[in-house]
Design a protein around this ligand. Structure first.
Ligand code: AMP
Ligand code: GLY
Length: 441
């Protein structure tokens, strides 16, 4: 029997993570007719305040054994892992080894995101279009390569680097500095911000690609692929794509840059060969697969990166548009029975504006009181990310604090509804972009 057809809700779902992505996933999962309870570990101020969700602040997202034990003890029928860190730490492997149904890639499959060297070699091996590149462990060779190739050029750390792992260097000096940071260490031998993979410090240096970016995210069960609605993120902190890179300052769906022809190319040239290649390599991929695409001016599709998870903040507008029973879809994917499933979408646009803390992205200030928030409606929701409940009052607790997300009949309409939500939020030092969606207007 298809889980969507069960008459009374019996499925307990555990969402792992504490960001806006996880709040949006939990919000949508809670609306699935098959779902009894949605737990979020550890969750945030928004999931803690929401009477329809149960937060587990005592459980850290990367406590692999603790989460598995809790899931077993609490009859969890589906675990949905949000962020990359628990995936790279092997949470899916641990849950599967103990028979707990889980949607997400194994540690080996998550290398598509956790190791740039792995993903670039994978793409080269399977003919998946991406920027030309080379990999270095030796700083002198990396510096010489940069001098030979010239700027602009892109330097990427091989390992999770909390947002500091990619430097798009417009000058040679920036590129050299990035190599020193990513391959170097301080006086006491501690590596800088990069969590290196086995084998030590490595960088990927690659060709600078020009064009427009889009987020192409699919649900995968190892063989069958179900594309989600397209979306576009805004990575830079400031309006008109100025300022430093961030985790993402806002997103909307659908992304008009992904025309039907580009969609077809993305599936045929990137997604399907990736899923087939992973299976052929003995590492079948199941979970959300996120291809960050560059659509070049001549209409070609190149892969900038893979993420082994949903995007944040892309999830927030995508979940607002999803009409299918998310729990049923992810449970089917977890059990390798996605074939024949179709997703249905609200034809309206959705747009989310991230409200970030003072000092984000480098030194976000925590502990500011959030003194005003609008009331959510089915078409307009403020998802929480870096928030925490302290004695029943909400405070900021991270860089990206909230994501004000709304549906509208056009991008412009969704944009004005989302900014109408933003107008009702107050906390000290709040930063946000005023032009989310500008490429589609
Ligand atoms: P990532 O952290 O891998 O998502 O990369 C951050 C951002 O760097 C991407 O969203 C792109 O804007 C940019 N980027 C990465 N690789 C390239 C490239 N080869 N050419 C141009 N921009 C890039
Ligand atoms: N918003 C980009 C990401 O989640 O990686």
């Amino acid at each position: 029997m298809n889980s969507a057809q069960q008459s009374s809700p019996t499925l307990n779902v555990l969402v792992v993570g504490n960001g806006g992505r996880e709040h949006a996933l939990a919000w949508r999962l809670r609306q699935s007719p098959s779902v009894a309870t949605v737990y979020v570990a550890p969750g945030n101020g928004g999931t803690a305040r929401d009477a329809r969700l149960v937060s587990l602040p005592q459980l850290s997202a990367t406590d692999v054994v603790g989460i598995r034990q809790w899931a077993q003890a609490n009859s969890i029928g589906l675990v949905v892992v949000g962020p990359e860190a628990p995936l790279a730490a092997g949470l899916v492997d641990e849950l599967r080894a103990h028979g707990v149904p889980v949607f997400g890639p194994t540690q080996a499959a998550a290398q598509l995101e956790s190791s740039k060297a792995f993903s670039k070699a994978f793409m080269a091996r399977h003919g998946i279009p991406t920027a030309a590149y080379d990999t270095f462990t030796d700083a002198a060779l990396a510096h010489a390569y940069i001098d030979r190739m010239g700027a602009p050029i892109v330097v990427k750390a091989d390992g999770l680097a909390a947002g500091k792992g990619v430097v798009v260097a417009m000058t040679l000096a920036e590129a050299h500095e990035a190599v020193d940071f990513m391959l170097g260490s301080d006086e006491s031998g501690n590596k800088f911000g990069v969590q290196h993979n086995a084998g030590g410090a490595r960088v990927v240096i690659e060709e600078f690609l020009q064009g427009e970016e889009a987020s192409f995210i699919v649900v995968c069960d190892g063989t069958t692929v179900l594309p989600l609605a397209t979306s576009q993120d805004h990575k830079r902190l400031l309006d008109a794509d100025q300022g430093p890179n961030t985790g993402g300052m806002g997103a909307y769906s659908p992304a008009p840059v992904v025309t039907p022809a580009i969609h077809d190319r993305a599936m045929q040239e990137v997604i399907l060969p990736t899923v087939a290649g992973m299976a052929a390599d003995g590492i079948p991929y199941s979970g959300f697969l996120y291809a960050g695409l560059m659509i070049t001016p001549d209409g070609a599709v190149k892969t900038l990166e893979f993420n082994c998870r949903m995007g944040d903040p892309e999830t927030q507008p995508i979940m607002m548009r999803l009409q299918s029973d998310l729990a049923a879809v992810l449970l089917d994917a977890a059990h390798q029975r996605l074939a024949g499933t179709e997703l249905s979408w609200d034809s309206r646009c959705a747009l989310g504006v991230v409200l970030a803390a003072d000092g984000y992205p480098l030194t976000p200030r925590k502990g500011d009181a959030i003194t005003a928030l609008p009331v959510d409606t089915p078409d307009a929701v403020v998802f929480h990310a870096g928030t925490t409940l302290v004695d029943d009052t909400l405070q900021t607790s991270g860089g990206r604090v909230l994501c004000a997300t709304a549906l509208g009949d056009s991008v412009k309409d969704a944009q004005s509804r989302a900014y109408a939500l933003v107008d009702q939020v107050t906390f000290a030092g709040m930063q946000f972009r005023k032009d989310i969606g500008f490429r589609a207007l």
